[in-house]
Design a protein around this ligand. Structure first.
Ligand code: PEP
Length: 256
């Protein structure tokens, strides 16, 4: 059985200026400067990347992530950001295909596949998001939806590519709603995703890939969720905006 180190990432979404970001990172560092029980990633908005990068420059255990990257290497794409621009700011991870980008920015599985390819080529580790809507869950179509997202979003990737990817299973109905999948429900879904990864890419790749859970993760539900055998971490939105709640999630789930 492969050992998968847990990975907890904070997705700040479109919150916090560079000025507001600094004290949050300082407070996180006070608690987690030498913490090594899990991998930790902070994903501020683009405009706060430099400030957070500078604040994290003295530590190795907390990595910087971005929330999006363009699929092209460079060129006439007004308003977009490339993998090389992110690497230049010491960004290591990038969230790709978040449900908000699928919903509001028209990102398809094919665009997500291209962005993931570009990120890996640019030495960024993609956190690739998948998840079903409430209707898809209620109509019991979640398995088909997740299979399509995996088949199309990860089409053509090699074993080496897949070793760079973290998956984030985020049921859309649980994001920012306060509704969390029960630990049993989340485990069932993560186990299904891993079975599909094994079918598509082989058992060894499936055993090594980390699958985060995301959707209203809080300090008081993190431990039970992350104790499930196929849940390898969390992608945290709202509760990552305050140092105390983000640190609480990490320590409750991975040990003080
Ligand atoms: C997210 O944005 O990825 C997320 C899971 O948000 P929240 O934790 O607020 O539900």
């Amino acid at each position: 059985m492969a050992h998968r180190k847990k990975i907890i990432a904070g997705n700040w979404k479109m919150n916090k200026t560079a000025t507001e970001a600094k004290p949050i990172v300082q407070d996180i560092l006070l608690e987690l400067k030498d913490y090594d029980n899990c991998d930790i990633v902070l994903c501020p908005p683009f405009t706060a990347l430099t400030a957070v990068s500078e604040a994290l420059s003295s530590v190795q255990n907390i990595r910087l992530g971005a929330q999006n990257v363009h699929q092209a290497a460079s060129g006439a794409y007004t308003g977009e950001i490339s993998a090389a621009m992110l690497r230049d700011l010491y960004v290591r991870y990038v969230i790709i295909g978040h449900s908000e980008r699928r919903q509001y920015c028209g990102e398809t599985n094919e665009i997500i596949r291209q962005k993931t390819k570009t990120a890996i080529g640019g030495s960024l580790k993609p956190i690739v998001c998948i998840g079903e809507t409430l209707t898809e869950r209620e109509e019991d179509r979640w398995k088909a939806v997740l299979t399509t997202q995996l088949e199309e979003g990860l089409a053509g990737f090699t074993e080496e590519d897949l070793a760079e990817i973290v998956l984030a299973y985020e049921p859309v109905w649980a994001i920012g709603t306060g509704k969390t999948a029960t630990p049993a429900q989340a485990q069932e879904t993560h186990a299904y995703i891993r079975t599909e990864l094994a079918r598509l890419f082989g058992q060894s790749t499936a055993d090594h890939m980390r699958i985060q859970y995301g959707g209203s993760v809080k300090a008081d539900n993190a431990k039970e969720l992350l104790n499930q055998p196929d849940i390898d971490g969390a992608l945290v939105g709202g509760a990552s905006l305050e140092a105390r709640s983000f640190v609480g999630i990490i320590k409750n789930a991975c040990g003080a």
